[in-house]
Design a protein around this ligand. Structure first.
Ligand code: ADP
Length: 160
């Protein structure tokens, strides 16, 4: 079984993420979207909220699994017997960081290949940070996050 992993902070999941997950799911038997827990960062949404949002947003994709992990992607991949890591690339600005990560992951787990998937043009400006900024000022986020989670993301964000 060919398994691909799509790691990220997904704080919260956006239409850009879902696009990458949908396209990846057509290329692999199973795709795992994994919320990476970084103890040095304080996310807006909890790990469980982030997982729940991704689950709702990807309900229509049959071969997707949603998980969370505290640790290194390289170790997670080994545990799941996955040999492909998919990263979405928006702009040149993503490139340098992703390149460094990919080379590091290769050192940590030589059996893991990083593949870059080019963003959908429509979402190339989109990030979770932008969604948080807009929601923070009471703006409408319907264009940026999947319809199924829009209200909940907005409400929970403003409760915090
Ligand atoms: P963000 O930068 O939005 O906080 P994450 O850390 O959650 O993103 O990203 C997880 C993965 O999704 C990364 O590979 C990132 O490059 C990719 N990604 C995020 N937003 C988009 C987008 N709009 N188009 C393509 N890929 C994206």
């Amino acid at each position: 079984m060919r398994i691909a992993i799509c790691p990220g902070s997904f704080d919260p999941v956006t239409k850009g993420h879902v696009d990458i997950l949908e396209r990846s799911s057509k290329l692999f038997d199973k795709v795992i979207a994994v919320v990476m827990v970084n103890p040095n960062k304080t996310p807006t949404f909890t790990k469980d909220e982030r997982v729940e949002f991704i689950k709702k947003a990807t309900r229509h994709i049959p071969n997707i699994e949603v998980d969370s992990y505290l640790g290194l992607v390289a170790d997670y991949a080994r545990e799941k017997n996955a040999h492909t890591l998919i990263k979405g690339l928006r702009a040149v600005t993503d490139f340098e960081y992703e390149f460094q990560q990919a080379l590091t992951n290769k050192k940590l787990n030589p059996e893991l290949e990083t593949l870059f998937m080019v963003t959908n043009q429509e979402y190339m400006y989109l990030s979770s940070t932008i969604v948080r900024q807009i929601a923070g000022f009471g703006g409408k986020i319907e264009q940026f996050v999947p319809k199924r989670i829009e209200e909940e993301v907005f409400r929970r964000f403003n409760e915090k």
